[in-house]
Design a protein around this ligand. Structure first.
Ligand code: ZN
Length: 357
């Protein structure tokens, strides 16, 4: 039988064994223990132990109660959102028709993965986008208020603390809360259209009233119904932050129409493989390049082909109002979570149609 290893390989192994034998006994024992540990880890990964059905922990009386409230309120909210979505709404003329965002992230296959997609407009005067914003905000808030922290998805039982303030006083108040309880303390705030701010906290604060979570939800829902028409009017902060770091970075944006089918043709022609996609929210194109510069050039060329006067503008972090809050995660946009864009009105358009972010 001939060995699958070459003579050079065998020689390497022989030399390694000789080096190992020459080590002091204590060091040899440590290495052997490490090898055995690694072997056990590999065995465990290859032959996972049989795990029986996991047992759902019994709820305490208090949790049982909170769970009933949560079920009732989430059902009410779902019915409300279903009702809203049954209405036929007019889109803003610019909604989902113009503009494209170019996002990139490192690809698992090497190089850079890019997505070029057309987001919804997110305008305050677009009924469709406002409905989406309202329903999403309500669902985020409901799960934050009614469900406890941790992976168990148990209903929240401990009281939450409510405080009313104004937009002008909020930054100082948030600083004071952070000084008292640390930046990780869970809190959310809702800016209403009249400039008043509802604050909900997991820890007590002077002047804040404790309420049971199901009562808090009614107040938060009423506040969200009067949500101010501006970005980040609703925010969850500290431990309650639900921002997800997606790895996608916004690289470029245009307010011009991009035809993704012809863009795919162009990208394929340049030796990259583009893939078109369409969901209920978005449509666009995914492709992979060796470098970010290559991706930017491709996107620049796609837009230049359709709009010869256009020039490429890089995305700069825009006027995200931070309001002095400690941000636990950067507000990076992700493809399904498109940020609102201000589209210039057609009569105000400049010859160069790339909009700076
Ligand atoms: Zn819209």
């Amino acid at each position: 039988m001939c060995s699958p290893l070459s003579d050079a390989d065998l020689e390497l192994i022989r030399r390694a064994e000789a080096r190992f034998d020459a080590l002091p006994p204590e060091q040899r024992r440590l290495i052997e223990a490490a090898v055995q540990f690694g072997q056990r880890a590999v065995d465990a990964a290859l032959n996972p132990p049989d795990v029986g059905p996991s047992i759902i922990p019994e709820l305490s009386e208090e949790e049982e109660d909170a769970d009933l409230h949560r079920g009732r309120l989430l059902h009410r909210l779902q019915k409300r959102c279903d009702e809203l979505y049954r209405q036929k709404l007019q889109r803003h003329p610019a909604c989902g028709l113009k503009g494209a965002l170019h996002l990139s992230r490192p690809s698992a296959l090497g190089g850079v993965e890019s997505v070029l997609f057309r987001p919804r407009c997110g305008r305050i005067d677009c009924p469709c986008c406002q409905r989406r914003r309202l329903c999403r905000t309500l669902k985020r808030a409901a799960s934050c208020v009614l469900t406890g922290d941790g992976a168990t998805y148990l209903p929240r039982t401990e009281p939450l603390f409510l405080l009313e303030t104004t937009l002008a006083r909020w930054p100082a108040l948030d600083r004071a809360i952070r000084r008292k309880h640390g930046g990780k303390t869970g809190r959310l705030r809702v800016i209403r259209s009249d400039g008043s701010v509802l604050v909900v906290m997991e820890q007590p604060y002077p002047g804040a009233e404790p309420f049971a979570p199901h009562l808090v939800w009614d107040i938060v829902e009423a506040a969200i119904d009067e949500l101010a028409p501006k970005r980040h009017a609703y925010r969850q902060l500290g431990r309650w932050s639900d921002a997800v770091r997606s790895g996608w970075k916004l690289v470029q944006r245009t307010s011009e129409f991009v035809n993704f089918a012809s863009a795919k043709g162009y990208i394929d022609g340049m030796g990259h493989k583009g893939r078109l996609f369409r969901t209920s929210e978005l449509q666009g194109l995914i492709f992979r390049t060796g470098t970010q510069a290559e991706a930017n050039t491709l996107v620049g060329a796609i837009v230049a082909a359709a709009h010869p006067t256009a020039s490429v503008s890089e995305y700069l972090p825009s006027s995200l109002e931070v309001l002095g809050e400690s941000r636990t995660a950067t507000g990076e946009p992700t493809p399904p979570d498109d940020p609102p864009i201000d589209f210039p009105r057609s009569e105000e358009r400049e010859p160069s149609r790339w909009a700076m972010a």
